[in-house]
Design a protein. Structure first.
Length: 380
Protein backbone atom coordinates (compact mmCIF):
# COMPACT_ATOMS: atom_id res chain seq x y z
CA UNK A 1 0.00 0.00 0.00
CA UNK A 2 1.45 3.38 -1.03
CA UNK A 3 1.75 5.94 1.74
CA UNK A 4 -0.47 9.00 1.40
CA UNK A 5 0.88 12.50 1.99
CA UNK A 6 -1.09 15.70 2.45
CA UNK A 7 0.22 19.26 2.76
CA UNK A 8 -1.23 22.31 4.57
CA UNK A 9 -2.82 25.55 3.38
CA UNK A 10 -1.79 28.31 5.84
CA UNK A 11 -5.05 30.26 5.88
CA UNK A 12 -3.74 32.12 8.94
CA UNK A 13 -0.82 33.54 6.94
CA UNK A 14 2.65 32.30 6.12
CA UNK A 15 6.21 33.33 6.85
CA UNK A 16 9.84 32.25 7.13
CA UNK A 17 9.07 32.28 10.87
CA UNK A 18 6.55 30.10 12.73
CA UNK A 19 3.07 31.58 12.49
CA UNK A 20 1.22 30.90 15.72
CA UNK A 21 -2.48 30.54 16.41
CA UNK A 22 -4.99 27.86 17.24
CA UNK A 23 -6.62 26.52 20.39
CA UNK A 24 -7.77 29.90 21.52
CA UNK A 25 -4.57 31.78 20.68
CA UNK A 26 -4.40 34.39 17.89
CA UNK A 27 -2.18 34.18 14.82
CA UNK A 28 1.14 35.92 15.40
CA UNK A 29 2.32 39.01 13.53
CA UNK A 30 4.50 36.82 11.31
CA UNK A 31 1.30 35.73 9.59
CA UNK A 32 1.22 39.13 7.89
CA UNK A 33 4.50 38.43 6.07
CA UNK A 34 2.63 36.44 3.43
CA UNK A 35 -1.11 37.10 3.75
CA UNK A 36 -3.40 34.14 2.93
CA UNK A 37 -4.62 35.45 -0.40
CA UNK A 38 -6.24 33.12 -2.91
CA UNK A 39 -3.31 33.78 -5.24
CA UNK A 40 -0.69 32.73 -2.69
CA UNK A 41 -2.64 29.75 -1.35
CA UNK A 42 -3.23 28.59 -4.92
CA UNK A 43 0.51 28.75 -5.54
CA UNK A 44 1.06 26.38 -2.60
CA UNK A 45 -1.79 24.13 -3.73
CA UNK A 46 -0.44 23.81 -7.26
CA UNK A 47 3.02 23.00 -5.94
CA UNK A 48 1.57 20.33 -3.64
CA UNK A 49 -0.41 18.84 -6.52
CA UNK A 50 2.64 18.67 -8.81
CA UNK A 51 4.85 17.17 -6.10
CA UNK A 52 2.45 14.32 -5.33
CA UNK A 53 0.56 15.36 -2.22
CA UNK A 54 -2.96 13.92 -2.39
CA UNK A 55 -4.63 16.74 -0.49
CA UNK A 56 -4.16 19.86 1.61
CA UNK A 57 -5.51 20.46 5.11
CA UNK A 58 -7.13 23.79 5.95
CA UNK A 59 -7.61 24.77 9.62
CA UNK A 60 -10.73 26.16 11.25
CA UNK A 61 -11.28 28.81 13.92
CA UNK A 62 -11.38 32.51 14.57
CA UNK A 63 -7.62 32.78 13.93
CA UNK A 64 -7.76 31.90 10.21
CA UNK A 65 -9.83 32.34 7.09
CA UNK A 66 -12.98 30.25 6.63
CA UNK A 67 -12.01 26.83 5.27
CA UNK A 68 -15.10 26.16 3.12
CA UNK A 69 -14.97 29.45 1.24
CA UNK A 70 -11.20 29.47 0.83
CA UNK A 71 -10.92 25.92 -0.50
CA UNK A 72 -13.85 26.43 -2.87
CA UNK A 73 -11.93 29.31 -4.44
CA UNK A 74 -8.52 27.61 -4.45
CA UNK A 75 -10.02 24.45 -5.95
CA UNK A 76 -10.64 26.39 -9.14
CA UNK A 77 -6.90 26.86 -9.57
CA UNK A 78 -6.04 23.14 -9.25
CA UNK A 79 -7.07 20.00 -11.12
CA UNK A 80 -6.61 16.90 -8.97
CA UNK A 81 -5.67 18.05 -5.48
CA UNK A 82 -8.14 17.20 -2.71
CA UNK A 83 -9.09 19.55 0.12
CA UNK A 84 -9.18 18.30 3.70
CA UNK A 85 -11.62 20.92 5.00
CA UNK A 86 -11.69 21.35 8.77
CA UNK A 87 -15.05 22.34 10.18
CA UNK A 88 -16.94 22.32 13.48
CA UNK A 89 -20.24 20.44 13.64
CA UNK A 90 -21.78 22.85 16.15
CA UNK A 91 -21.66 25.80 13.76
CA UNK A 92 -23.87 24.47 10.95
CA UNK A 93 -26.87 22.16 10.72
CA UNK A 94 -26.08 18.55 9.72
CA UNK A 95 -28.46 18.67 6.75
CA UNK A 96 -26.85 21.83 5.41
CA UNK A 97 -23.36 20.40 5.97
CA UNK A 98 -24.31 17.24 4.07
CA UNK A 99 -25.65 19.42 1.23
CA UNK A 100 -22.52 21.61 1.21
CA UNK A 101 -20.32 18.53 0.97
CA UNK A 102 -22.44 17.13 -1.85
CA UNK A 103 -22.21 20.40 -3.78
CA UNK A 104 -18.45 20.60 -3.21
CA UNK A 105 -18.01 17.10 -4.61
CA UNK A 106 -19.94 17.86 -7.78
CA UNK A 107 -18.29 21.22 -8.42
CA UNK A 108 -14.73 19.91 -7.87
CA UNK A 109 -14.99 16.43 -9.35
CA UNK A 110 -14.96 14.62 -6.00
CA UNK A 111 -12.07 16.43 -4.30
CA UNK A 112 -13.46 16.94 -0.77
CA UNK A 113 -12.22 15.31 2.43
CA UNK A 114 -13.69 16.36 5.78
CA UNK A 115 -11.74 16.98 8.98
CA UNK A 116 -14.26 17.08 11.83
CA UNK A 117 -13.12 19.37 14.67
CA UNK A 118 -15.33 19.11 17.73
CA UNK A 119 -13.75 22.17 19.38
CA UNK A 120 -11.58 22.01 22.48
CA UNK A 121 -11.97 25.57 23.76
CA UNK A 122 -15.29 26.56 25.33
CA UNK A 123 -14.53 30.29 25.24
CA UNK A 124 -13.95 30.18 21.48
CA UNK A 125 -17.08 28.06 20.94
CA UNK A 126 -19.16 30.58 22.92
CA UNK A 127 -17.99 33.35 20.59
CA UNK A 128 -19.82 31.46 17.85
CA UNK A 129 -22.92 30.94 19.98
CA UNK A 130 -22.13 27.40 21.14
CA UNK A 131 -22.50 27.00 24.93
CA UNK A 132 -22.20 23.22 25.32
CA UNK A 133 -19.40 21.79 27.44
CA UNK A 134 -16.68 19.64 25.88
CA UNK A 135 -18.23 16.21 26.47
CA UNK A 136 -21.61 17.42 25.21
CA UNK A 137 -19.91 18.77 22.07
CA UNK A 138 -18.51 15.30 21.37
CA UNK A 139 -21.91 13.68 21.88
CA UNK A 140 -23.38 16.22 19.48
CA UNK A 141 -20.64 15.38 16.97
CA UNK A 142 -21.71 11.75 17.11
CA UNK A 143 -25.32 12.69 16.33
CA UNK A 144 -24.15 15.04 13.60
CA UNK A 145 -22.10 12.36 11.84
CA UNK A 146 -24.91 9.84 12.13
CA UNK A 147 -27.29 12.24 10.37
CA UNK A 148 -24.79 13.29 7.70
CA UNK A 149 -23.75 9.74 6.84
CA UNK A 150 -27.37 8.60 6.54
CA UNK A 151 -28.14 11.54 4.25
CA UNK A 152 -25.13 10.72 2.08
CA UNK A 153 -26.52 7.20 1.69
CA UNK A 154 -29.71 8.67 0.24
CA UNK A 155 -31.83 7.97 3.31
CA UNK A 156 -34.63 10.14 4.64
CA UNK A 157 -33.64 10.96 8.21
CA UNK A 158 -35.74 11.58 11.29
CA UNK A 159 -33.74 11.93 14.47
CA UNK A 160 -34.55 13.43 17.83
CA UNK A 161 -31.29 13.29 19.73
CA UNK A 162 -29.89 14.82 22.87
CA UNK A 163 -28.56 17.83 20.95
CA UNK A 164 -29.79 17.61 17.34
CA UNK A 165 -33.19 17.12 15.84
CA UNK A 166 -34.11 16.76 12.16
CA UNK A 167 -37.38 15.72 10.56
CA UNK A 168 -37.90 14.38 7.04
CA UNK A 169 -34.34 15.37 6.11
CA UNK A 170 -33.03 14.21 2.74
CA UNK A 171 -30.73 15.31 -0.06
CA UNK A 172 -31.89 15.92 -3.61
CA UNK A 173 -28.49 14.70 -4.82
CA UNK A 174 -26.07 12.58 -2.80
CA UNK A 175 -22.30 13.14 -3.09
CA UNK A 176 -20.32 10.90 -5.42
CA UNK A 177 -17.95 9.84 -4.09
CA UNK A 178 -18.94 10.15 -0.44
CA UNK A 179 -16.26 12.27 1.31
CA UNK A 180 -14.01 10.45 3.76
CA UNK A 181 -14.20 11.72 7.33
CA UNK A 182 -11.02 12.52 9.29
CA UNK A 183 -11.13 13.13 13.03
CA UNK A 184 -8.79 13.60 15.99
CA UNK A 185 -9.17 13.64 19.75
CA UNK A 186 -7.41 12.11 22.74
CA UNK A 187 -10.15 12.07 25.39
CA UNK A 188 -12.13 8.88 26.12
CA UNK A 189 -15.30 10.15 24.46
CA UNK A 190 -13.30 11.23 21.37
CA UNK A 191 -12.15 7.65 20.96
CA UNK A 192 -15.74 6.41 21.14
CA UNK A 193 -16.90 8.82 18.42
CA UNK A 194 -13.94 7.93 16.20
CA UNK A 195 -14.63 4.22 16.55
CA UNK A 196 -18.26 4.60 15.48
CA UNK A 197 -18.13 7.15 12.70
CA UNK A 198 -14.79 8.11 11.12
CA UNK A 199 -12.67 6.75 8.29
CA UNK A 200 -9.27 8.13 9.37
CA UNK A 201 -8.18 8.86 12.94
CA UNK A 202 -5.58 11.63 13.11
CA UNK A 203 -3.06 12.08 15.89
CA UNK A 204 -0.62 14.91 16.43
CA UNK A 205 3.07 14.07 16.21
CA UNK A 206 3.84 12.45 19.52
CA UNK A 207 6.82 10.10 20.00
CA UNK A 208 6.29 6.66 18.42
CA UNK A 209 5.60 4.86 21.70
CA UNK A 210 2.73 7.22 22.52
CA UNK A 211 1.39 7.02 18.97
CA UNK A 212 1.43 3.22 19.17
CA UNK A 213 -0.70 3.38 22.34
CA UNK A 214 -3.24 5.65 20.61
CA UNK A 215 -3.48 3.38 17.58
CA UNK A 216 -4.07 0.32 19.76
CA UNK A 217 -6.70 2.22 21.76
CA UNK A 218 -8.73 3.42 18.76
CA UNK A 219 -8.28 0.16 16.86
CA UNK A 220 -9.67 -1.75 19.82
CA UNK A 221 -12.67 0.56 20.18
CA UNK A 222 -13.40 0.31 16.45
CA UNK A 223 -13.22 -3.50 16.57
CA UNK A 224 -15.93 -3.50 19.25
CA UNK A 225 -18.10 -1.53 16.81
CA UNK A 226 -17.37 -4.01 14.02
CA UNK A 227 -15.40 -1.38 12.10
CA UNK A 228 -11.83 -0.71 10.96
CA UNK A 229 -10.22 2.74 10.98
CA UNK A 230 -7.16 4.01 9.12
CA UNK A 231 -4.59 6.17 10.89
CA UNK A 232 -2.84 9.41 10.04
CA UNK A 233 -0.43 11.77 11.77
CA UNK A 234 -0.08 15.57 11.70
CA UNK A 235 3.51 16.87 11.69
CA UNK A 236 5.66 19.77 10.55
CA UNK A 237 8.84 19.02 8.61
CA UNK A 238 12.28 20.60 8.22
CA UNK A 239 14.23 18.42 5.81
CA UNK A 240 17.48 19.28 4.04
CA UNK A 241 20.33 17.64 2.16
CA UNK A 242 22.23 17.22 5.46
CA UNK A 243 21.16 16.95 9.09
CA UNK A 244 23.33 19.95 9.95
CA UNK A 245 21.46 22.14 7.47
CA UNK A 246 18.09 21.00 8.81
CA UNK A 247 18.96 21.66 12.44
CA UNK A 248 20.37 25.05 11.50
CA UNK A 249 16.93 25.91 10.12
CA UNK A 250 15.23 24.64 13.27
CA UNK A 251 17.51 26.71 15.50
CA UNK A 252 16.89 29.74 13.29
CA UNK A 253 13.15 29.35 13.91
CA UNK A 254 13.79 28.96 17.64
CA UNK A 255 15.92 32.11 17.72
CA UNK A 256 12.94 34.00 16.27
CA UNK A 257 10.68 33.08 19.20
CA UNK A 258 10.26 36.22 21.28
CA UNK A 259 10.28 35.24 25.01
CA UNK A 260 7.22 37.35 25.76
CA UNK A 261 5.33 35.72 22.89
CA UNK A 262 6.28 32.24 24.12
CA UNK A 263 5.13 33.13 27.63
CA UNK A 264 1.83 34.54 26.37
CA UNK A 265 1.10 31.62 24.04
CA UNK A 266 1.96 29.04 26.67
CA UNK A 267 -0.30 30.74 29.20
CA UNK A 268 -3.14 30.69 26.69
CA UNK A 269 -2.60 27.05 25.76
CA UNK A 270 -2.41 26.02 29.42
CA UNK A 271 -6.08 26.97 29.70
CA UNK A 272 -7.01 24.62 26.85
CA UNK A 273 -9.60 21.92 27.54
CA UNK A 274 -8.10 19.74 24.81
CA UNK A 275 -6.46 16.52 26.00
CA UNK A 276 -4.41 16.49 22.79
CA UNK A 277 -3.16 20.02 23.50
CA UNK A 278 -2.25 19.01 27.04
CA UNK A 279 -0.19 16.15 25.63
CA UNK A 280 1.54 18.54 23.21
CA UNK A 281 2.47 20.92 26.04
CA UNK A 282 3.88 18.07 28.10
CA UNK A 283 6.41 17.32 25.35
CA UNK A 284 8.33 20.56 25.95
CA UNK A 285 7.00 22.00 29.22
CA UNK A 286 7.45 25.53 27.92
CA UNK A 287 11.23 25.01 27.85
CA UNK A 288 13.65 25.87 25.07
CA UNK A 289 16.03 23.10 26.12
CA UNK A 290 15.93 19.39 25.23
CA UNK A 291 13.42 19.87 22.43
CA UNK A 292 14.49 16.78 20.47
CA UNK A 293 12.10 14.40 22.23
CA UNK A 294 12.82 11.42 19.96
CA UNK A 295 15.44 11.09 17.21
CA UNK A 296 14.59 13.77 14.61
CA UNK A 297 11.35 14.73 16.42
CA UNK A 298 11.51 18.37 17.57
CA UNK A 299 8.93 19.95 19.90
CA UNK A 300 9.97 23.55 19.29
CA UNK A 301 7.00 24.53 17.11
CA UNK A 302 4.65 24.01 20.05
CA UNK A 303 6.27 26.86 21.98
CA UNK A 304 4.42 29.42 19.86
CA UNK A 305 1.69 27.46 18.05
CA UNK A 306 -1.40 25.67 19.27
CA UNK A 307 -2.35 22.26 17.94
CA UNK A 308 0.31 20.32 16.05
CA UNK A 309 3.56 21.33 17.73
CA UNK A 310 6.24 18.89 16.59
CA UNK A 311 8.41 18.66 13.49
CA UNK A 312 10.49 15.98 11.82
CA UNK A 313 13.96 17.55 11.50
CA UNK A 314 16.91 16.01 9.70
CA UNK A 315 18.42 14.97 6.42
CA UNK A 316 16.12 13.60 3.75
CA UNK A 317 17.26 10.09 4.62
CA UNK A 318 16.62 10.61 8.34
CA UNK A 319 13.15 12.05 7.79
CA UNK A 320 12.32 9.13 5.49
CA UNK A 321 13.42 6.73 8.24
CA UNK A 322 11.17 8.42 10.82
CA UNK A 323 8.24 8.18 8.40
CA UNK A 324 8.96 4.47 8.01
CA UNK A 325 9.07 4.16 11.80
CA UNK A 326 5.58 5.67 12.15
CA UNK A 327 4.32 3.62 9.22
CA UNK A 328 5.46 0.43 10.96
CA UNK A 329 3.13 1.35 13.83
CA UNK A 330 0.13 1.58 11.50
CA UNK A 331 0.26 5.17 10.19
CA UNK A 332 -0.61 5.31 6.49
CA UNK A 333 -1.37 9.01 6.00
CA UNK A 334 0.89 11.97 6.82
CA UNK A 335 -0.47 15.52 7.02
CA UNK A 336 2.60 17.75 6.83
CA UNK A 337 3.54 21.42 6.82
CA UNK A 338 6.57 23.69 7.12
CA UNK A 339 7.55 27.36 7.17
CA UNK A 340 7.26 28.82 4.64
CA UNK A 341 4.82 26.36 3.15
CA UNK A 342 5.70 26.94 -0.49
CA UNK A 343 9.43 26.34 -0.14
CA UNK A 344 9.12 23.51 2.40
CA UNK A 345 6.72 21.63 0.11
CA UNK A 346 9.54 21.46 -2.44
CA UNK A 347 12.18 20.46 0.11
CA UNK A 348 10.06 17.50 1.18
CA UNK A 349 8.61 16.69 -2.22
CA UNK A 350 11.95 16.69 -4.02
CA UNK A 351 14.04 15.36 -1.11
CA UNK A 352 12.06 12.76 0.83
CA UNK A 353 9.36 11.45 -1.52
CA UNK A 354 11.85 10.12 -4.12
CA UNK A 355 13.61 8.16 -1.38
CA UNK A 356 10.34 6.57 -0.27
CA UNK A 357 9.46 5.86 -3.89
CA UNK A 358 12.79 4.11 -4.43
CA UNK A 359 11.92 1.81 -1.50
CA UNK A 360 8.48 0.99 -2.88
CA UNK A 361 6.66 2.88 -0.10
CA UNK A 362 5.22 5.69 -2.21
CA UNK A 363 4.19 6.40 -5.76
CA UNK A 364 3.05 9.65 -7.29
CA UNK A 365 -0.79 9.61 -7.20
CA UNK A 366 -1.01 11.46 -10.51
CA UNK A 367 1.79 9.61 -12.25
CA UNK A 368 -0.23 9.04 -15.41
CA UNK A 369 -0.85 12.75 -15.92
CA UNK A 370 2.17 14.44 -14.37
CA UNK A 371 5.90 13.89 -14.20
CA UNK A 372 7.24 16.17 -11.47
CA UNK A 373 10.69 15.92 -9.96
CA UNK A 374 9.38 13.95 -6.99
CA UNK A 375 8.28 11.12 -9.29
CA UNK A 376 11.82 10.43 -10.45
CA UNK A 377 13.36 7.60 -8.38
CA UNK A 378 16.27 8.70 -6.18
CA UNK A 379 19.60 7.01 -6.55
CA UNK A 380 22.89 7.64 -4.81
Amino acid sequence: MSLTFHWFLPTNGDSRHVVGGGHGTPATAFGRNRPPTVAYLSQIARAAEDLGFVGVLTPTGAWCEDAWLTTAMVSQHTERLKFLVAFRPGFVSPTLAAQMASTFQRQTGGRLLLNVVTGGESHEQRAYGDFLDKDARYRRTGEFLQIVRDLWEGKTVDLSGEHLQVEDARLARVPDPVPEVYFGGSSPIAGEIAARHVDVYLTWGEPPAQVAEKIAWVRGLAAKEGRTVRFGIRLHVITRDTAEQAWTEAHKLLDGFDPDTVKSVQAGLARSESEGQRRMLALHGGNREDLEIHPNLWAGIGLVRGGAGTALVGSHDEVAERIKEYHALGIDEFVLSGYPHLEEAYWFGEGVLPRLAAQGLWQHPFASTSTPAAQVPFTS
